[in-house]
Write a protein that binds this ligand. Structure first.
Ligand code: AMP
Ligand code: MN
Ligand code: MN
Ligand code: MN
Length: 307
């Protein structure tokens, strides 16, 4: 079992196509991949649409199977803080989820337009045209940070967030995100599992983080990420403790966005220790129904295994 349950394509703020992610997943030897674009499903819809009907692996000695799980990463508001909830979904056409995501995408378009207007007002023009030319269905501040770097306004993305796009930035605009309850309910309505994303990345004290996890669990959240890129061993141990205290299953994923980042690659995160496997998300009672509702894609034996 080698899963990556958190990554992005160019339909949100990733740089790559969904098809690229599939080939990278094969290269890495993953067994399960969940594409979890911000507030949109078009990447996974495309992969599912183009996945072959069931292939009989018995006819294909040495061929490898990759399970494609439908996923999404929903931005939520929790007491004024932006929290991300990953959904591992059983189906794509559930009305509650479709309605919620279309509202989130609307919020994203409105916020992007408002940020572009603020940039215009301080003499940085061209953001709207830049955004309009992107393949993204979910517009993010990450795209606008790219624009600020490419237009020579900011040195790098970190600086673009600090000076322009972050809470104290010149062009900051808040968005009205779904509540934790709304996001978790919409995920569960598909038969899916709600996963609290990258808990150590929120600007929260230990006790506030514990309160967030309690609220997430009370809303019906059933899992949380305990392993992802750039997580140090002490933080990981703390997350395992918090997840256990709140009886949440453990999820893992790279949060891969782009090849430009030296720190992330698809499938790259500290693997769960054998003692943690009993609480891994693939032990969740609905895991198999989620995987079997997904699609599989296949690849011939790799060069290495032939030799
Ligand atoms: P949004 O969901 O529109 O607020 O955009 C947030 C996205 O921007 C996140 O998912 C990250 O991929 C990216 N991001 C957030 N903060 C930073 C940062 N300081 N530097 C680079 N990328 C960031
Ligand atoms: Mn992102
Ligand atoms: Mn996130
Ligand atoms: Mn993410």
């Amino acid at each position: 079992m080698y899963v990556d349950l958190h990554c992005h394509s160019h339909y949100s703020d990733g740089a790559q196509t969904p098809e690229y992610l599939v080939s990278a997943a094969f290269e890495r030897g993953l067994s399960h991949l969940a594409l979890t674009d911000h507030d949109c499903l078009c990447g996974i819809e495309q992969l599912w649409r183009n996945a072959p009907e069931d292939a009989n692996l018995a006819d294909k000695p040495g061929w490898r199977e990759l399970n494609l799980i439908a996923g999404v990463e929903i931005s939520c508001d929790w007491n004024g803080l932006e929290i991300h909830v990953v959904g591992l979904l059983r189906e794509l056409n559930s009305p509650a989820l479709v309605t919620l995501l279309s509202e989130q995408q609307h919020q994203r378009r409105q916020r992007a337009a408002a940020i572009a207007a603020k940039l215009d007002a301080i003499g940085v023009s061209g953001a709207s045209d830049y955004l309009a030319a992107l393949p993204a269905t979910a517009l993010t501040r990450s795209h606008i940070a790219d624009f600020l770097v490419e237009s020579g306004t900011c040195k790098n993305k970190q600086k673009a967030f600090k000076s322009h796009l972050g809470r104290r930035g010149k062009a900051y605009v808040a968005a009205k995100w779904a509540s934790l309850d709304q996001a978790v309910n919409a995920i569960q309505a598909t038969g899916g599992i709600a996963v609290l994303a990258h808990p150590s990345r929120y600007p929260l004290t230990r006790s506030k983080l514990s309160r967030l996890i309690g609220d997430f669990s009370a809303a019906g959240g059933e899992a949380m990420e305990v392993s992802y890129a750039n997580l140090d061993p002490i933080a990981k141990k703390r997350l395992l403790e918090l997840a256990s205290e709140h009886s949440l299953f453990y999820s893992c994923g790279s949060d891969f966005h782009t090849l430009d980042s030296q720190w992330t690659a698809l499938g790259k995160y500290p693997r769960l220790e054998p003692s943690a496997i009993k609480n891994a998300i693939w032990e969740h009672p609905r895991w198999h129904s989620i995987v079997s509702a997904g699609r599989s894609v296949y690849a011939p034996p790799s060069q290495d295994s032939e030799s």
